[in-house]
Design a protein around this ligand. Structure first.
Ligand code: ZN
Length: 395
């Protein structure tokens, strides 16, 4: 059986863009190495799990690994918390947090406070908040992201999100989804109010405002959940697996599925991530593991910012570094995304995701792109069925 290297380029697919001569960022990018892999394999399209709805990264990854999200999805919070190294205890409730900017009416001006990165001081001040004997552990993730963990009695994960997901809308109150979650919703709303008062008056934010940057004056919550045992990847497939990622969410998903996390210096989930280091690490890991999951984040974030040129350039930069793995023997290389992200819409979208499987039979595709993959021999496949198919090709 061949070893498997799965490279997930987050938000890979896109729409044709007039400024790119009606090509998508992937199509417009010069990608000799991805094209080489495509030539030495077969191509196709993947339908994200939530097709035809707007897909989410965490759910898409579960489906990609062959885990039915309806059965195994824990919520965004627990994955992010695990990914940044927080050890969740049974009964803890974890939420994903965005540092964001709101106006005086709590209308969202920027969902990521200008993609702020230095949130350490703000987090330190927020860590002092205590309400009704519940501990609030707030910890920095990468970029504008953070995680909030509630620890204490009578708390529940069954609460709604505060993040309206749209600029121009009011940040939402947290509501209980059932009676048992009433107390949790109440203290979360109190926490939000206290945090807002602290953040908007914080000298660090005053200074950001003074120099024309978005102040990180609000917290947007989403994805409350709690930890639970789920079948491990190596039990399910009999493959020793590892995960190489910069983004906390992806590390968390890998870890919860029982994959070993491989640390790479400078892998940060941002456009300036250490691509070379990640790919070298993947190459090395193939000696000890049967399945290597390599996650590349920034294509998605750049598209979410509407930066289609940045997405194209980032794909080119990744492509250059792929040279290191072109000549691997007895390795099946799979390159795909978790979902597409449309740069013009600035959000995840339902466009099918291109995929190449290199190191197996061949078709006639010579360029890795949405358009070409449509003609590939691999055809269209539902994301949840993909793992089974990959294993077949590896045999
Ligand atoms: Zn994603």
């Amino acid at each position: 059986m061949k070893k498997i290297l799965l490279i997930v380029i987050d938000g890979l697919g896109d729409e044709p863009i007039s400024q790119l001569k009606n090509q998508t960022p992937l199509e417009a990018a010069k990608t000799p190495n991805l094209d080489f892999l495509a030539k030495n394999g077969i191509c196709g399209l993947v339908l994200p799990f939530q097709f035809p709805e707007k897909p989410a990264s965490d759910i898409s990854h579960l489906a990609l690994f062959g885990y039915d999200p309806k059965k195994y999805y824990l919520g965004r919070g627990p994955y992010e918390a695990t990914g940044i190294g927080l050890k969740l205890l049974k009964g803890d409730v974890a939420l994903r947090v965005n540092f964001a900017t709101v106006n005086e009416n709590l209308k969202v001006i920027d969902r990521r406070a200008g993609r702020i990165e230095k949130t350490q001081n703000l987090i330190k001040t927020l860590s002092q908040i205590k309400i009704n004997g519940i501990k609030f552990l707030i910890k920095k993730s990468y970029g504008h992201r953070a995680v909030l963990v509630l620890r204490g009695k009578n708390i529940s994960w069954a609460v709604t999100d505060g993040d309206p997901q749209k600029v121009g809308e009011r940040a939402k109150k947290i509501f209980p989804k059932n009676k048992a979650a009433k107390f949790t919703a109440k203290i979360l709303n109190e926490f939000l109010e206290k945090a807002h008062q602290i953040l908007k008056n914080h000298p660090f934010n005053k200074e950001r405002e003074r120099v024309g940057l978005f102040p990180a004056n609000y917290l947007l919550f989403r994805g409350a959940g709690e930890i639970r045992e789920i079948p491990k990847f190596n039990e399910k497939y009999g493959l020793r697996a590892c995960c190489i990622a910069g983004g906390a969410l992806y590390k968390g998903i890998g870890k919860i599925l029982g994959m070993d996390l491989i640390k790479v210096k400078g892998a940060n989930g941002l456009p300036n991530t250490n691509l070379k280091g990640k790919i070298q690490a993947a190459k090395r890991a193939l000696k000890n593991y049967d399945f290597v999951f390599l996650h590349i984040k920034a294509a998605d974030s750049l598209a979410e910012d509407g930066n289609f040129l940045g997405k194209k350039d980032f794909i080119e930069k990744l492509d250059k570094n792929l040279e290191l793995i072109l000549k691997l023997k007895d390795v099946l290389i799979v390159v795909t995304g978790d979902h597409s992200t449309c740069s013009i819409l600035k959000r995840h979208c339902k466009i099918p995701i291109p995929i190449l499987i290199s190191g197996t039979e061949r078709d006639k595709i010579e360029k890795f792109s949405e358009k070409e993959c449509k003609k590939g021999k691999f055809g269209k496949i539902k994301q949840i069925d993909l793992m089974k198919k990959i294993l077949k090709y590896a045999k």
